[in-house]
Ligand binder design. Sequence first.
Ligand code: AMP
Length: 210
Amino acid sequence: MRLILVGPPGAGKGTQAQFLSAHYSIPHISTGDIFRANLKAGTELGNQAKAFMDRGELVPDSVTNDMVKDRLTHDDVANGFLLDGYPRNVAQAEVLRAFLAEAKTPLQAALELAIASDEIIKRLSSRRTCRGCGASNEAGATNCASCNGNDLYQREDDKEEVIARRLEVYEEQTAPIISFYRSEGLLITIPAVGTVAEITEHAITALGRL
Ligand code: AMP
């Protein structure tokens, strides 16, 4: 299964990606997670990305595209992959399409998690991320629901001033990829409402019709 997840920040892409990647036995490739890991490790890539991430802006395509292409040459993508947070604009979508066409492994679906914008703000501002495994948790939780680690923090870009900018960036730059994938005949939209398990089940049913 070669799949991308599309949807605004806070739609639950990372959470669903965890479950879907386990279900289909494919790696979950999150560009945000890769950038955060590089930031933490103090790499050159992390330094390049930091200022953009802190402002809620997109990291330049040249940096992001090369990073994803490199990741997609690893052995573990032989059975497919689930991209989360990439592509983030139409130019990235075109680079991905060309790269996968060249490898004769085209995308099979773009799964859109649809959610209302007032719900997004509520979810993002109450999100606490696990420093150990990167999973999202609710504010007030003391331990991570995914790995039981006890180091939960609020991402800099989940603070209110940055959330507003991330939503603008989503509307202006990322939302157009929905029409792109619709016209490619790859778009599958499901509402991102209900429990995590309900949404996963809905996604698997929708993807099962492929
Ligand atoms: P995320 O964890 O997907 O919300 O990503 C966090 C931040 O990483 C974004 O706000 C961007 O600054 C950066 N980022 C992640 N994916 C991309 C991408 N595909 N293109 C450019 N910047 C990205």
